[in-house]
Write a protein that binds this ligand. Structure first.
Ligand code: ATP
Length: 236
């Protein structure tokens, strides 16, 4: 079966010559939940920015649901790669929650009655079905993050990419988000420094350090190795 994500031999240097990725390989099957771990500066963001075509690979390839990330496919790739940013403010800018959730799919050409159905399903999926008419400005931090997730779900992405989903959440909001994420039948790549959250949500983790994949395996096993954690500056 075609994987949701296939990264092969990805290498990339920034214009100043700094080599951030050295031949990264990563395959994520449909329905897998994978954590992308690594210390500051490891190359996690650089990798994610290749998935939706913001960066162009120096060498190697990236495919999403079998479609290669390249200029002619950029619009479809951006629909397939649903990035939920760390700061919900980057995704919420309309007068109402419902408008925010409709914005993405409308942009990708979804029209009524399908559009309203997508908005309803996405908000229900994140437990915000009752809040479509509210202003995002009046929601709590946890609710805003769940609405930001709904804006992406409404586009029906091939893979959800979550950037530090648990940051700045109180314990209740953190648990509510985890329950929502565990209830979604979606392929996920979760970039995080929050190792307990990775353990709770992602059966598999990929660790990168200095632009190289240094481990790829069951999260439980990787995090149970104190020497490995210390070597890669990962803190439980
Ligand atoms: P963090 O966990 O702190 O967000 P990260 O794993 O996401 O880190 P990246 O932001 O991908 O790491 O950075 C990888 C490397 O590339 C780092 O050495 C960083 O300093 C460098 N880098 C990032 N952006 C640029 C840029 N625009 N120009 C040059 N070097 C960059």
């Amino acid at each position: 079966m075609t994987p949701s994500l296939e990264v092969s031999g990805l290498a990339f240097a920034y214009p100043d010559g700094h080599q951030a990725l050295f031949g990264v390989d990563l395959r994520i099957e449909r329905g897998e939940r994978v954590a992308l771990l690594g210390p500051n500066g490891a190359g996690k963001t650089t990798l994610v920015l290749h998935l939706n075509g913001v960066h162009r690979a120096g060498a190697g390839t990236v495919s999403v649901g079998g479609l290669e990330v390249s200029k002619p496919h950029l619009q479809e790739i951006r629909r397939r790669v649903g990035v939920v940013f760390q700061d919900p403010d980057d995704q919420l800018f309309m007068p109402t929650v419902g408008d925010d959730v409709a914005f993405g799919p409308a942009n990708f050409g979804v029209i009524e009655p399908e559009l309203s159905l997508r908005v309803k399903q996405a908000l229900d999926a994140v437990g915000m079905g009752e809040h479509a008419d509210r202003s995002p400005m009046h929601l709590s931090g946890g609710q805003r993050r769940r609405v930001a997730l709904a804006t992406v779900l409404a586009c029906d992405p091939e893979i959800l990419v979550l950037d530090e989903p648990s940051s700045n959440l109180d314990p209740v909001a953190r648990r509510e988000l985890a329950e929502v994420l565990l209830g979604l039948d979606r392929t996920m790549l979760m970039v995080t420094h929050d190792l307990p959250y990775a353990l709770q949500l992602c059966p598999r983790s990929v660790v990168i350090d200095e632009g190289v994949v240094v481990a790829d395996g069951p999260t439980r096993e990787l995090l149970a190795d104190p020497a490995f954690l210390a070597e890669h500056r990962l803190e439980l």
